[in-house]
Write a protein that binds this ligand. Structure first.
Ligand SMILES: *Cc1c(COP(=O)(O)O)cnc(C)c1O
Length: 503
């Protein structure tokens, strides 16, 4: 093969790829023999010295790679908080890859970057002055928001962290139910993981405002710098929503940044039955949401929304970049092409997103959110959110109605924590861990686990656009069937799950 990569028409290859992907999505894999780890051997080849050409690459993709992809897009997958993308999201991401490889420049794609962020603000009933930036996901989205918080906290003390670095003494407040990315953000921002102070929760895993007040007072009286309170709108383990209004009273009394991590749960505000729990969110200085979770975008899209985007800029600007001077006019596109009336997409770079975050090269992501919302609208999304919340509630009712199932946490959003239980079993954690392993091996119902009050819970999180009521039925059936089998088996063998711990 020469160095001539195939750069002609894309559509024949796309049609072929589409067939492979549809086969994967509907479970009809071409070469079932490749499954069960054989594919690892097939793929392990030395560096190719000679190329095989595009047609063969496409064939290998379709026959060897795609069939051995992930369980994440399956309807029965309810682990973690992640799901497969909807078609609109896939198509929009692909369109961007070809037609606007970068978010910079005066393109329709950049227009949709800002427009879709504004739509998210409107959709989630946030204050209209909030502006945003996309990044790769909730981890980065939290990092950026907390970078803005750090910038503000120290600017008020006459110090510019973005320019001069980070003095000691900054503190964040979060609960044990907060996502661990908060600790990493604290580390990256130079505060250190140990700067995250753990605030007590109530029995539902919600931040306790009185404990928060005590912790803030302690930090202030020790002469330390309260940087931000991190509240959850939907914790990762159980979907709990912190009492935002009560927390906001404290952040405004002590003049501290209020950050709301809604990576998973912010869309829950579209369900009017849960909406009152979000009261107070309008007082947040920053909010994050992951379009690649409940909105069904392809992975790689998180959004940070802030009241003052200037803080993001002062925290994250690269400073002047001499190597770009003169490359673009940078200012007014009209000026750049005064006569033709045609504005070239690179006559100006547009909104300087690269100065609001940590990425320079980055794909346009707004087009994906735009496509998702154009396809089904706010109404369609609200229906999906309500359906998933209904599914968690209905599962909780069925669990409570069944003698061998036990509800461990009443659902707030679309997560339901429950377990299999049976009289006489003294190590239910072990039994449920075995049960979970069997579920994963069987491959139909794929929840994850969580620990609730020391008890191992099966924890489905319903967020997939393809995940529907059938998956609730499957899950209940699978858990009871496998739980009964495991229990019967351990009794017949006389070993057991019964007295492993003797408690
Ligand atoms: C998923 C999640 C994150 C991390 O988001 P990524 O997109 O996986 O980086 C942060 N916070 C919460 C509450 C989450 O659920």
């Amino acid at each position: 093969m020469s160095d001539q990569a195939e750069c002609g028409a894309l559509s024949p290859a796309l049609a072929q790829l589409g067939e492979y992907l549809d086969r994967f999505s509907t479970g009809l894999h071409g070469d079932a023999g490749l499954r069960r780890r054989h594919w690892q051997k097939v793929l392990q080849r030395p560096l190719p010295v000679d190329g095989i050409g595009l047609d063969k690459v496409l064939w290998e993709l379709g026959e060897q790679v795609i069939p051995n992809g992930s369980a994440i897009p399956l309807p029965g997958f309810t682990s973690f908080i992640t799901t497969g993308a909807t078609n609109a999201g896939v198509l929009a991401a692909l369109a961007a890859m070809v037609a606007a490889p970068q978010r910079i420049g005066l393109t329709a794609f950049q227009e949709l970057e800002e427009l879709s962020l504004d739509w998210l603000v409107a959709l989630f009933r946030l204050p209209a002055e909030m502006k945003g930036i996309y990044s790769s996901g909730g981890s980065t989205a939290n990092l950026l928001a907390l970078g803005a918080a750090r910038q503000q906290a120290f600017e008020r003390r006459g110090h510019d962290c973005g320019r001069d670095g980070v003095p000691a003494g900054g503190r964040l407040f979060a609960t044990a139910a907060s996502h661990r990315t908060i600790h990493r953000a604290a580390a990256v921002l130079g505060l250190g993981r140990e700067a995250v102070i753990t605030v007590d929760c109530d029995a539902q895993g919600r931040m306790c405002p009185r404990a928060l007040a005590r912790q803030i007072e302690g930090v202030v009286s020790a002469g330390l710098v309260p940087v931000a309170v991190v509240a959850n709108a939907g914790t990762t383990a159980t979907g709990a929503i912190d009492p935002l209004a009560e927390i906001a009273v404290l952040t405004s009394r002590f003049n501290i940044w209020l950050h709301v991590d809604g990576a998973y749960g912010l869309p829950g505000i579209l369900d009017e039955r849960v909406r009152p729990r979000y009261a107070g969110i309008e007082q947040a200085d920053s909010v994050v949401v992951d379009p690649h979770k409940w909105l069904g975008a392809p992975v790689g899209i998180g959004a940070t929304l802030v009241k003052d985007r200037g803080l993001l800029q002062r925290a994250f600007t690269q400073g002047a970049a001499d190597y770009l001077e003169g490359s673009f006019c940078g200012a007014d596109a009209e000026q750049a092409s005064p006569s033709s009336g045609f504005v070239h997409s690179l006559d100006a770079l547009g909104i300087p997103y690269s100065d609001f975050g940590v990425e320079l090269s980055a794909p346009p992501r707004g087009v994906v959110v735009w496509a998702l919302l154009r396809e089904i609208g706010a109404q369609g999304l609200a229906q999906r959110i309500r359906r998933h919340n209904d599914m968690a509630r209905s599962l909780a009712e069925r669990v409570q109605a069944h003698p061998r199932l036990q509800l461990l946490q009443a659902p707030t959003l679309s997560i339901c924590c429950f377990r299999y239980q049976v009289a006489g079993c003294t190590d239910l954690n072990r039994l449920n861990r075995q049960l979970h392993r069997r579920l994963i091996q069987d491959g139909r119902s794929l929840p994850s686990t969580a620990v609730v009050d020391g008890k191992l819970a099966l924890r489905p999180c319903f967020i997939g656009a393809r995940t529907d009521w059938a998956q609730v039925d499957d899950l209940v059936q699978d858990v009871i069937r496998i739980g009964d089998e495991l229990w019967a088996h351990s009794n017949s063998r006389g070993t057991s799950t019964v007295d492993v711990k003797g408690t």
